[in-house]
Design a binder for this molecule. Structure first.
Ligand SMILES: [Zn+2]
Ligand SMILES: [Zn+2]
Length: 263
């Protein structure tokens, strides 16, 4: 069993438990909030989930940690990793390794989460293929204190967030601001929109003839905070702004340019 900093790499079972738990609580909390008319709480919970996605996952995990396409200040790195891990992704260290491996072997038999290799259902539920080669591309991550910290303490951090939200905010707050946030980030955006739907050519259009099946789709792109300008990204992974044409607006790229790069 492969280990990183003393933590087993094969921790998928725990992650699946967290994702299933989030999905079940979300399936109860969202209809209940609608039933009792808690519309403003529901709206703010979605805004929060979207912010966590744009800042933590898109700007932090993806564009900085995975691709080094921009340079944040140290405190922004900590903020981004804290928000990223609030979205139930698993260890940032391991997630980056998965992602780099995905780029290196996109839609080939070595891609850990291509729907063309493992099927759409396994991709959508995060049941990725295992490979012994993941460690090869992540030595730089061990030098980043924020990534190492949230890798080491991922589960403790989850306990603090889950228990803190439940005790301070109550059950509905917990369901909407923690479980829905995690469900949106890890399952909807991370697995379904970016991992599966962005890798079928026929579901979008392509500006670049990349070796993979990545597409651009405006609806997926808006829902995923810009991540699903996916063909553009696979063609130019070193660019932090994923829009290629002027009208391909990238919310996370804009946030990096307007705020995160400057603070
Ligand atoms: Zn990428
Ligand atoms: Zn991809």
């Amino acid at each position: 069993m492969r280990k990183f900093l003393g933590i087993s790499f094969d921790y998928e079972r725990k992650m699946h438990t967290q994702w299933i738990f989030n999905a079940i609580v979300t399936a109860i909390a969202v209809p209940y909030a609608m039933y009792i008319g808690a519309w403003s709480m529901l709206g703010w919970a979605f805004v929060w989930a979207y912010l966590v996605m744009c800042i933590g996952a898109n700007a932090g995990f993806h564009r900085w940690a995975s691709h080094h396409s921009w340079k944040p200040s140290e405190w922004v790195k900590w903020l981004m990793m804290a928000m990223f891990c609030h979205g139930s992704p698993g260890s940032p260290l391991v997630t980056v390794l998965f992602h780099r491996y995905h780029h290196k072997h996109s839609d080939t038999e070595h891609d850990p989460h291509s729907p063309h290799v493992i099927g759409w259902f396994r991709g959508a539920t995060g049941r990725f293929a295992k490979s012994s080669g993941y460690t090869s591309s992540g030595r730089d991550l061990f030098k980043e204190p924020s990534i190492v910290f949230f890798h080491r303490h991922y589960w403790k951090y989850q306990a603090v967030i889950y228990l803190g939200a439940l005790l301070i905010g109550g059950p509905l707050f917990f369901g909407l601001f923690v479980c829905f946030c995690g469900f949106w980030n890890a399952t909807i955006a991370g697995h379904i929109l970016d991992g599966v739907l962005s890798h079928y050519k026929f579901l979008g259009y392509r500006w670049f003839e990349t070796k993979d099946q990545s597409n651009n789709n405006p609806i997926f792109a808006w829902l995923s905070g810009g991540e699903a300008w996916h063909n553009n990204h696979h063609a130019k992974p070193g660019k932090y702004y994923f829009g290629h044409k002027w009208w391909e607006f990238d919310p996370a790229g804009f946030l990096i340019w307007a705020i995160l790069k400057r603070v």
